[in-house]
Design a protein around this ligand. Sequence first.
Ligand code: AMP
Length: 145
Amino acid sequence: MYKHILLAIDFSANTENIVARAVKMVSQHSAKLSLVHILDNIPMPDTSYGTIISLGDESDNSLLEQEKTKLNVLGEKLSVPENQRWLIWGTPKDEITTLAAQEGVDLIVIGSHARHGLALLLGSTASGVLHHAPCDLLAVRLPQE
Ligand code: AMP
């Protein structure tokens, strides 16, 4: 039985498929559910790095607010407590695996696209997480976008 499931969401077109699968696993295992969204395209609010734009900038703030809102809407819908909704700056594969270890997660649920060509060479978040995960991983196959 899994006790703590971490659902990694990027809010792309097929998010619903992954959410549905995670919800099913949560109910089958009577597990706790946590949500994580990694901010990999919004500047960090840390001005010690010269190239990173401060969140004081209005457009960046609104981007962050949008991401927060999306995560909170999903969290409310799935009855996930606020302290189990994670919004983290960084690289998805690194931050997802680090959070899983830190929070004692025993199953990560993630989407996986069929890839070919250059995308295959560049790798995917799912394969990156698989190589570093401290626990089991459920890679939900997503249809081609
Ligand atoms: P990708 O390899 O980028 O197509 O992403 C595959 C899956 O990795 C997505 O369906 C999500 O489950 C997860 N993922 C990718 N990017 C993020 C992100 N920024 N935050 C959380 N999960 C992500």
